[in-house]
Design a protein around this ligand. Sequence first.
Ligand SMILES: [Fe+2]
Length: 254
Amino acid sequence: MIKDAYEKLFSSNEVSVREKLLKLLDATHILAKPPHFPAQVYSHIPGETTELGDVGTHFGYVLKDGSTNVAKAPNGREYPLYPNTMFSFPDAIKIAGKARMRIFTALGQKGLMNITGDIGDWGRQNYIDGCTSTLHISPVMKGDACMNSLYFPEAVEQTQHTHPSIRAGIVSSGEGICKTPVGDIPLQEGNSFFLPPETWHSFHTVKGKTLGVVAFHPDSDFGPTHEDHPMLNRTHFAFLHKLKSALRVRQAGK
Ligand SMILES: [Fe+2]
């Protein structure tokens, strides 16, 4: 396709060289504006109250060396946030307590309330270079934010890579090194990290040391849609009834 665009453009004398180059770059999608997934990152100061507004979904992780914090909802309900667990709150919430905590807000997103159990010390899914990860808080709809844990065994030399959106998180256990274009950054339990989109990086561990991190993603390429979700996919009925149902959905959408 690129070759065709090149030959078409450069065989014409009606377009300037600058315009030809711009059109060629456009054909490669190099000039395409990357999607932006706005997010904010906070630290809860132990002993103080962190007030989070009704601006999106708030995700977080409570460090395991701390005590238990409390999340106070506008309706008066209170939820304990135990050490080494994650949470998400889709609306305004106040957080109080002495535990250290990182909070990541996916602005403009309407997630669900979740409070997880202990995040464990090994992932349920395979990741690159012998590492594992667990998707603890799933996207509510395809494309939404999610919370993951990621585990590195000892002596890992992770392959350099990038991500299309920010990665923000915290070291939940162990220690290691994050190699970036601006240098090697030592990581220890409790340290936070933030990687802008498309930043080259890799995580490394030495012999005898493992590393666990919590990673917030403001977007995903995964999750249910209106046309593809377990409730719908596992509902089987006759073809004629299917047509009638589709018609009702279409009429309801008007
Ligand atoms: Fe990464």
